[in-house]
Ligand binder design. Structure first.
Ligand SMILES: NC(=O)c1ccc[n+]([C@@H]2O[C@H](COP(=O)([O-])OP(=O)(O)OC[C@H]3O[C@@H](n4cnc5c(N)ncnc54)[C@H](O)[C@@H]3O)[C@@H](O)[C@H]2O)c1
Length: 330
Protein backbone atom coordinates (compact mmCIF):
# COMPACT_ATOMS: atom_id res chain seq x y z
CA UNK A 1 0.00 0.00 0.00
CA UNK A 2 1.04 3.61 -0.42
CA UNK A 3 0.84 5.32 2.95
CA UNK A 4 1.02 8.98 3.95
CA UNK A 5 2.67 9.32 7.36
CA UNK A 6 2.23 12.75 8.93
CA UNK A 7 4.81 13.35 11.65
CA UNK A 8 6.91 10.51 10.26
CA UNK A 9 10.14 12.30 11.23
CA UNK A 10 9.18 12.19 14.91
CA UNK A 11 9.85 9.56 17.53
CA UNK A 12 7.03 7.06 17.03
CA UNK A 13 6.37 7.91 13.38
CA UNK A 14 9.98 7.20 12.35
CA UNK A 15 9.83 3.71 13.89
CA UNK A 16 6.53 2.99 12.15
CA UNK A 17 7.89 4.23 8.81
CA UNK A 18 10.82 1.80 9.15
CA UNK A 19 8.48 -1.12 9.75
CA UNK A 20 6.10 -0.07 6.95
CA UNK A 21 8.99 -0.12 4.49
CA UNK A 22 10.29 -3.40 5.84
CA UNK A 23 6.77 -4.82 5.34
CA UNK A 24 6.80 -3.81 1.67
CA UNK A 25 4.74 -0.62 1.80
CA UNK A 26 5.54 2.64 0.04
CA UNK A 27 5.78 5.65 2.35
CA UNK A 28 5.49 9.42 1.98
CA UNK A 29 6.40 11.29 5.17
CA UNK A 30 4.88 14.75 5.64
CA UNK A 31 6.59 16.65 8.46
CA UNK A 32 7.54 20.27 9.14
CA UNK A 33 10.63 19.05 11.04
CA UNK A 34 9.85 21.44 13.90
CA UNK A 35 10.00 18.57 16.37
CA UNK A 36 11.15 15.87 13.99
CA UNK A 37 14.46 15.08 12.33
CA UNK A 38 15.37 14.49 8.72
CA UNK A 39 17.87 11.82 9.84
CA UNK A 40 15.09 9.83 11.47
CA UNK A 41 13.31 9.32 8.15
CA UNK A 42 14.04 6.01 6.43
CA UNK A 43 16.07 6.49 3.25
CA UNK A 44 13.48 4.67 1.16
CA UNK A 45 10.67 6.97 2.25
CA UNK A 46 9.82 10.15 0.34
CA UNK A 47 10.04 13.15 2.66
CA UNK A 48 7.85 16.18 2.05
CA UNK A 49 8.95 18.99 4.36
CA UNK A 50 5.68 20.79 4.89
CA UNK A 51 3.35 22.09 7.53
CA UNK A 52 -0.15 20.74 7.92
CA UNK A 53 -1.34 24.35 8.05
CA UNK A 54 -0.07 24.73 4.49
CA UNK A 55 -3.08 23.46 2.56
CA UNK A 56 -1.45 24.11 -0.82
CA UNK A 57 1.52 21.81 -0.14
CA UNK A 58 -0.75 19.27 1.48
CA UNK A 59 -3.11 19.24 -1.51
CA UNK A 60 -0.15 18.95 -3.90
CA UNK A 61 1.10 15.95 -1.94
CA UNK A 62 -2.30 14.25 -2.20
CA UNK A 63 -2.54 15.16 -5.91
CA UNK A 64 0.86 13.62 -6.65
CA UNK A 65 0.32 10.37 -4.77
CA UNK A 66 -2.53 7.96 -4.78
CA UNK A 67 -2.63 7.10 -1.08
CA UNK A 68 -4.23 3.89 0.15
CA UNK A 69 -4.00 4.96 3.76
CA UNK A 70 -2.91 7.64 6.20
CA UNK A 71 -1.17 7.37 9.54
CA UNK A 72 -1.47 10.61 11.45
CA UNK A 73 1.23 11.16 14.09
CA UNK A 74 1.78 14.91 13.69
CA UNK A 75 0.71 16.69 16.83
CA UNK A 76 1.87 18.73 19.78
CA UNK A 77 2.41 16.24 22.57
CA UNK A 78 3.04 17.93 25.92
CA UNK A 79 0.21 17.47 28.43
CA UNK A 80 1.51 20.17 30.80
CA UNK A 81 2.08 22.71 28.03
CA UNK A 82 -1.43 22.13 26.70
CA UNK A 83 -2.86 23.44 29.97
CA UNK A 84 -0.78 26.60 29.68
CA UNK A 85 -1.31 27.17 25.96
CA UNK A 86 -4.71 25.66 25.18
CA UNK A 87 -5.25 27.58 21.95
CA UNK A 88 -1.91 26.44 20.55
CA UNK A 89 -3.05 22.84 21.15
CA UNK A 90 -6.54 23.28 19.78
CA UNK A 91 -5.09 24.93 16.68
CA UNK A 92 -2.07 22.67 16.16
CA UNK A 93 -3.83 19.40 16.86
CA UNK A 94 -7.39 19.96 15.67
CA UNK A 95 -7.13 22.47 12.83
CA UNK A 96 -4.34 20.44 11.24
CA UNK A 97 -6.14 17.10 11.32
CA UNK A 98 -9.14 18.79 9.71
CA UNK A 99 -6.85 19.82 6.84
CA UNK A 100 -5.60 16.25 6.45
CA UNK A 101 -9.11 14.80 6.62
CA UNK A 102 -10.44 17.25 4.06
CA UNK A 103 -7.74 16.23 1.58
CA UNK A 104 -8.29 12.57 2.41
CA UNK A 105 -12.02 12.93 1.74
CA UNK A 106 -11.46 14.86 -1.49
CA UNK A 107 -8.94 12.26 -2.70
CA UNK A 108 -11.09 9.34 -1.64
CA UNK A 109 -8.61 7.83 0.84
CA UNK A 110 -10.44 5.18 2.81
CA UNK A 111 -8.07 4.21 5.66
CA UNK A 112 -6.94 6.43 8.50
CA UNK A 113 -4.94 5.55 11.61
CA UNK A 114 -4.80 8.06 14.46
CA UNK A 115 -2.23 8.33 17.26
CA UNK A 116 -4.51 8.67 20.25
CA UNK A 117 -3.67 8.54 23.92
CA UNK A 118 -4.24 7.13 27.41
CA UNK A 119 -4.90 10.74 28.43
CA UNK A 120 -8.51 10.04 27.41
CA UNK A 121 -8.95 8.04 30.61
CA UNK A 122 -8.86 10.52 33.45
CA UNK A 123 -11.37 8.69 35.63
CA UNK A 124 -11.16 4.96 34.96
CA UNK A 125 -13.55 2.69 36.84
CA UNK A 126 -11.25 -0.30 36.46
CA UNK A 127 -7.56 -0.97 36.00
CA UNK A 128 -6.36 -2.29 33.57
CA UNK A 129 -8.22 0.11 31.28
CA UNK A 130 -10.09 -1.35 28.35
CA UNK A 131 -11.96 0.31 25.50
CA UNK A 132 -15.28 0.36 27.36
CA UNK A 133 -14.05 2.90 29.93
CA UNK A 134 -15.61 6.38 29.72
CA UNK A 135 -13.67 8.87 27.61
CA UNK A 136 -12.80 11.70 29.98
CA UNK A 137 -9.79 13.66 28.71
CA UNK A 138 -7.34 14.66 31.43
CA UNK A 139 -6.00 17.77 29.70
CA UNK A 140 -6.42 20.06 26.71
CA UNK A 141 -4.01 17.73 24.90
CA UNK A 142 -6.30 14.76 25.67
CA UNK A 143 -9.31 16.79 24.58
CA UNK A 144 -7.70 17.43 21.18
CA UNK A 145 -7.30 13.66 20.70
CA UNK A 146 -10.89 13.13 21.80
CA UNK A 147 -11.99 15.68 19.20
CA UNK A 148 -9.86 13.92 16.58
CA UNK A 149 -11.52 10.60 17.42
CA UNK A 150 -14.94 12.27 17.07
CA UNK A 151 -14.01 13.76 13.70
CA UNK A 152 -13.11 10.29 12.48
CA UNK A 153 -16.47 8.93 13.53
CA UNK A 154 -18.10 11.45 11.22
CA UNK A 155 -15.63 10.78 8.39
CA UNK A 156 -16.77 7.17 8.47
CA UNK A 157 -20.46 8.11 8.52
CA UNK A 158 -20.20 10.76 5.82
CA UNK A 159 -17.47 9.39 3.53
CA UNK A 160 -17.14 5.74 4.50
CA UNK A 161 -13.55 6.41 5.60
CA UNK A 162 -12.51 3.54 7.87
CA UNK A 163 -10.37 4.50 10.83
CA UNK A 164 -8.46 2.99 13.68
CA UNK A 165 -7.68 5.00 16.82
CA UNK A 166 -4.68 3.59 18.65
CA UNK A 167 -4.54 4.89 22.20
CA UNK A 168 -0.95 4.52 23.27
CA UNK A 169 -0.06 4.38 26.92
CA UNK A 170 3.61 5.33 27.63
CA UNK A 171 5.60 4.91 24.42
CA UNK A 172 9.22 4.10 25.12
CA UNK A 173 12.41 2.39 23.94
CA UNK A 174 14.27 2.65 20.66
CA UNK A 175 15.06 0.57 17.63
CA UNK A 176 17.37 -2.19 18.94
CA UNK A 177 20.06 -1.37 16.35
CA UNK A 178 20.21 2.16 17.80
CA UNK A 179 19.82 4.15 14.57
CA UNK A 180 16.57 5.85 15.65
CA UNK A 181 15.18 6.63 19.08
CA UNK A 182 13.49 9.19 21.30
CA UNK A 183 14.82 12.73 20.91
CA UNK A 184 12.20 15.09 22.30
CA UNK A 185 13.21 18.63 23.21
CA UNK A 186 12.10 19.42 25.83
CA UNK A 187 12.01 15.87 27.13
CA UNK A 188 9.10 15.01 29.42
CA UNK A 189 9.11 11.22 29.50
CA UNK A 190 10.46 9.31 32.46
CA UNK A 191 12.79 6.77 30.80
CA UNK A 192 14.78 9.27 28.68
CA UNK A 193 14.96 11.67 31.64
CA UNK A 194 16.35 8.93 33.87
CA UNK A 195 18.87 7.97 31.17
CA UNK A 196 19.94 11.61 30.82
CA UNK A 197 20.97 11.43 34.49
CA UNK A 198 23.02 8.31 33.71
CA UNK A 199 24.68 10.22 30.84
CA UNK A 200 25.61 13.07 33.21
CA UNK A 201 23.27 15.52 31.43
CA UNK A 202 21.08 15.97 34.52
CA UNK A 203 22.08 15.84 38.16
CA UNK A 204 19.12 13.84 39.36
CA UNK A 205 15.64 12.61 38.59
CA UNK A 206 12.63 14.08 40.37
CA UNK A 207 9.98 11.73 41.72
CA UNK A 208 6.64 13.54 41.86
CA UNK A 209 4.85 12.05 44.85
CA UNK A 210 5.72 9.04 47.00
CA UNK A 211 2.40 8.82 48.86
CA UNK A 212 0.15 7.35 46.17
CA UNK A 213 -1.92 4.29 46.93
CA UNK A 214 0.52 1.94 45.19
CA UNK A 215 2.94 -0.66 46.55
CA UNK A 216 5.90 1.71 46.80
CA UNK A 217 3.93 4.99 46.84
CA UNK A 218 5.00 6.16 43.36
CA UNK A 219 2.87 6.32 40.21
CA UNK A 220 2.49 3.24 38.04
CA UNK A 221 2.51 3.46 34.25
CA UNK A 222 2.35 1.05 31.33
CA UNK A 223 5.49 1.27 29.17
CA UNK A 224 4.91 0.03 25.64
CA UNK A 225 7.85 -0.34 23.28
CA UNK A 226 7.82 1.82 20.18
CA UNK A 227 8.36 -1.20 17.89
CA UNK A 228 5.36 -2.92 19.44
CA UNK A 229 3.38 0.22 18.65
CA UNK A 230 4.76 0.01 15.12
CA UNK A 231 3.59 -3.57 14.63
CA UNK A 232 0.10 -2.57 15.86
CA UNK A 233 -0.04 0.09 13.13
CA UNK A 234 0.78 -2.42 10.41
CA UNK A 235 -1.90 -4.82 11.68
CA UNK A 236 -4.42 -1.97 11.88
CA UNK A 237 -3.68 -0.86 8.34
CA UNK A 238 -4.20 -4.38 7.03
CA UNK A 239 -7.38 -4.83 9.09
CA UNK A 240 -8.91 -1.68 7.63
CA UNK A 241 -8.52 -3.00 4.10
CA UNK A 242 -11.93 -4.61 4.22
CA UNK A 243 -12.89 -4.23 7.85
CA UNK A 244 -14.76 -1.81 10.07
CA UNK A 245 -13.52 1.21 11.99
CA UNK A 246 -12.19 0.42 15.43
CA UNK A 247 -10.39 1.68 18.54
CA UNK A 248 -7.74 -0.07 20.59
CA UNK A 249 -5.88 0.63 23.81
CA UNK A 250 -2.20 -0.17 23.44
CA UNK A 251 -0.02 -1.06 26.39
CA UNK A 252 2.33 -3.84 27.38
CA UNK A 253 -0.16 -5.08 29.95
CA UNK A 254 2.23 -4.55 32.86
CA UNK A 255 2.53 -1.58 35.14
CA UNK A 256 5.82 -0.35 36.58
CA UNK A 257 6.25 2.26 39.29
CA UNK A 258 8.52 5.27 38.95
CA UNK A 259 10.85 3.68 41.51
CA UNK A 260 10.93 0.41 39.56
CA UNK A 261 11.88 2.29 36.39
CA UNK A 262 14.70 4.12 38.17
CA UNK A 263 15.93 0.92 39.81
CA UNK A 264 15.91 -0.96 36.48
CA UNK A 265 17.74 1.92 34.79
CA UNK A 266 20.39 1.77 37.53
CA UNK A 267 20.85 -1.92 36.79
CA UNK A 268 21.03 -1.43 33.01
CA UNK A 269 23.39 1.57 33.08
CA UNK A 270 25.47 0.77 36.17
CA UNK A 271 24.98 4.41 37.22
CA UNK A 272 23.64 5.33 40.70
CA UNK A 273 21.04 7.76 39.18
CA UNK A 274 20.32 10.00 42.18
CA UNK A 275 16.60 10.60 42.76
CA UNK A 276 14.88 13.42 44.62
CA UNK A 277 11.43 12.99 46.14
CA UNK A 278 9.14 15.99 45.61
CA UNK A 279 5.45 16.87 45.86
CA UNK A 280 2.80 15.25 43.69
CA UNK A 281 2.25 16.90 40.31
CA UNK A 282 -1.27 18.17 39.61
CA UNK A 283 -3.28 15.85 37.38
CA UNK A 284 -1.21 12.66 37.74
CA UNK A 285 -3.32 9.53 38.25
CA UNK A 286 -1.83 6.88 40.58
CA UNK A 287 -2.13 4.02 38.08
CA UNK A 288 -2.54 3.90 34.30
CA UNK A 289 -2.28 0.43 32.82
CA UNK A 290 -3.88 -0.71 29.56
CA UNK A 291 -5.95 -3.75 28.88
CA UNK A 292 -4.89 -4.52 25.30
CA UNK A 293 -6.70 -7.85 25.00
CA UNK A 294 -9.02 -6.51 22.30
CA UNK A 295 -6.29 -5.87 19.72
CA UNK A 296 -4.70 -9.19 20.68
CA UNK A 297 -7.97 -11.02 20.12
CA UNK A 298 -9.04 -9.22 16.95
CA UNK A 299 -5.73 -8.61 15.17
CA UNK A 300 -3.36 -11.04 16.88
CA UNK A 301 -1.15 -8.25 18.25
CA UNK A 302 1.32 -9.43 20.83
CA UNK A 303 3.90 -7.09 22.34
CA UNK A 304 7.42 -8.48 21.93
CA UNK A 305 8.99 -6.15 24.48
CA UNK A 306 7.20 -7.06 27.68
CA UNK A 307 10.23 -6.82 29.93
CA UNK A 308 11.19 -3.43 31.36
CA UNK A 309 14.90 -4.24 31.44
CA UNK A 310 14.93 -5.08 27.75
CA UNK A 311 12.95 -1.92 26.94
CA UNK A 312 15.39 0.26 28.87
CA UNK A 313 18.36 -1.51 27.25
CA UNK A 314 17.14 -0.46 23.79
CA UNK A 315 16.65 3.13 24.99
CA UNK A 316 20.09 3.16 26.67
CA UNK A 317 21.72 1.85 23.51
CA UNK A 318 20.19 4.77 21.56
CA UNK A 319 20.96 7.47 24.14
CA UNK A 320 24.56 6.34 24.54
CA UNK A 321 25.21 6.48 20.81
CA UNK A 322 23.19 9.74 20.38
CA UNK A 323 23.67 11.68 23.64
CA UNK A 324 22.46 14.86 21.93
CA UNK A 325 19.74 13.25 19.86
CA UNK A 326 20.19 13.62 16.11
CA UNK A 327 22.22 16.80 16.52
CA UNK A 328 25.64 15.28 15.99
CA UNK A 329 24.72 13.72 12.69
CA UNK A 330 23.28 16.97 11.21
N1 LIG B 1 5.21 9.62 23.01
C1 LIG B 1 4.20 9.08 23.70
O1 LIG B 1 4.37 8.47 24.76
C2 LIG B 1 2.79 9.19 23.17
C3 LIG B 1 1.73 8.65 23.92
C4 LIG B 1 0.44 8.74 23.42
C5 LIG B 1 0.21 9.34 22.19
N2 LIG B 1 1.25 9.86 21.49
C6 LIG B 1 0.96 10.49 20.18
O2 LIG B 1 1.78 9.89 19.20
C7 LIG B 1 2.10 10.83 18.16
C8 LIG B 1 3.59 10.86 17.94
O3 LIG B 1 4.23 11.20 19.17
P1 LIG B 1 5.82 11.37 19.21
O4 LIG B 1 6.23 11.11 20.62
O5 LIG B 1 6.43 10.60 18.10
O6 LIG B 1 5.93 12.95 18.93
P2 LIG B 1 7.04 13.73 18.08
O7 LIG B 1 6.96 15.17 18.50
O8 LIG B 1 8.36 13.05 18.18
O9 LIG B 1 6.51 13.59 16.59
C9 LIG B 1 5.53 14.44 16.04
C10 LIG B 1 5.99 14.86 14.66
O10 LIG B 1 4.98 15.66 14.06
C11 LIG B 1 5.59 16.76 13.40
N3 LIG B 1 4.60 17.85 13.37
C12 LIG B 1 3.98 18.43 14.43
N4 LIG B 1 3.14 19.40 14.00
C13 LIG B 1 3.22 19.41 12.64
C14 LIG B 1 2.60 20.20 11.62
N5 LIG B 1 1.73 21.18 11.92
N6 LIG B 1 2.90 19.93 10.35
C15 LIG B 1 3.79 18.95 10.02
N7 LIG B 1 4.41 18.19 10.94
C16 LIG B 1 4.14 18.42 12.23
C17 LIG B 1 6.81 17.09 14.25
O11 LIG B 1 7.81 17.80 13.56
C18 LIG B 1 7.27 15.68 14.69
O12 LIG B 1 8.19 15.15 13.78
C19 LIG B 1 1.51 12.16 18.63
O13 LIG B 1 0.29 12.34 17.96
C20 LIG B 1 1.29 11.96 20.12
O14 LIG B 1 0.23 12.76 20.58
C21 LIG B 1 2.53 9.81 21.94
Amino acid sequence: MKVLVTGGAGYIGSHVVGLLIKSGHEVVVYDNLVNGNRQAVHEDATLVVGDLYDVETLKKTFDEHDFDGIMHFASQILVGESMQKPFKYFRDNVYTIINVLEQAAEHNVKRFILSSTANLFDAPNRIPIDETEPLIPGSVYGETKFMAERLLLWMDRVYGMKYCCLRYFNACGAHPDGHIGEAHDPESHLIPLVLQVALGQRENIKIFGTDYDTADGTCIRDYVHVLDLASAHILALEALEDGDSRVYNLGSGSGYSVLEVIETARKVTGHPIPAIETERRAGDLPILVADSDKIGRELGWEPQYNNLERIIETAWNWHQSHPNGYEETE
